[in-house]
Design a protein around this ligand. Sequence first.
Ligand code: NDP
Length: 297
Amino acid sequence: MSADVIDGKEFSLRVRNKVAEGVAKLKKDYGVKPGLAVVLVGEDPASQVYVRSKGKQTVEAGMNSYEHTLDATTSESDLLKLISKLNEDPDVHGILVQLPLPGHLNEDLVINSIAPQKDVDGFHISNVGMLGTGQKSMVPCTPLGCLMMLRDYHGSLSGLDAVVIGRSNIVGKPMAQLLLGDSCTVTIAHSRTKDLKDVVKRADIVVAAVGRAEMVPGDWIKEGATVIDVGINRIDKPEGGTRLVGDVDYDSCSAVAGAVTPVPGGVGPMTIACLLANTLTAACRANNVEEPVGLTA
Ligand code: NDP
């Protein structure tokens, strides 16, 4: 058996089109153009690439993109002043501070200074708490993208056994909350989990968010399970050069699984699509306008 491929590239295009439709309607019916402010501190090359790509896709969806690039030596108080200004700006509906920040800046303090309703990354402690208590919140983009793909593939997730490998605040924990919200029976595994193979083997849904290249082999996967691979790892090719792989061993897993997301082209493209979705959601909420269905949890 060969697993269905859950095509994140194609699905993210559908999400972005839906966002663009929602943006056009918001502009036409209410005169509101959603705006996303992205703050980048320093010159980390990978972050620069992400920020450029976010800005481009924001504009393509019909929204305003405001990029704020600050020097790596920017003080915490200057960064907080900028965030405070963006919090007050009615044209800015979403604020994203690109992580990681340079070492002298306190990430928790900075993230928690963003107005929760503009926190399109969903990392503010209020949004974390609201997600955990089943209240309407801004939901972290990567797990939101995984949830959208799972719902699209399965319809209802109710009663399914889900194992999330990884317990980070950015992916693992919010992913587990979202699956719980959809009535899965959820296990969170991590580096201290005993008998990880047995834990994973009983899952109908496996979400791997570890950061270890091809760590999950096919013989850990229950036949017919759905495997969502969040990992992005660059490895050397035998013939020279490098390539991207996920946290699951794609070939052996897809021989057993019912469905699997590839790397690249799976979860990755969904993350920015969900950032755009969150910006539209934030703009709708700020203007007491009904949110488009299917763009949030
Ligand atoms: P973190 O490093 O923050 O967390 C990794 C988690 O994996 C930890 O909870 C850790 O456990 C667990 N872990 C590490 N080794 C093992 C092991 N041998 N067995 C079981 N669990 C283990 O990573 P992130 O959550 O930020 O990211 C995970 C992956 O997802 C990375 O490859 C990252 O690049 C990718 N990513 C992809 C995104 C996308 O858009 N597609 C977005 C965000 C991340 P412990 O807590 O015990 O240390």
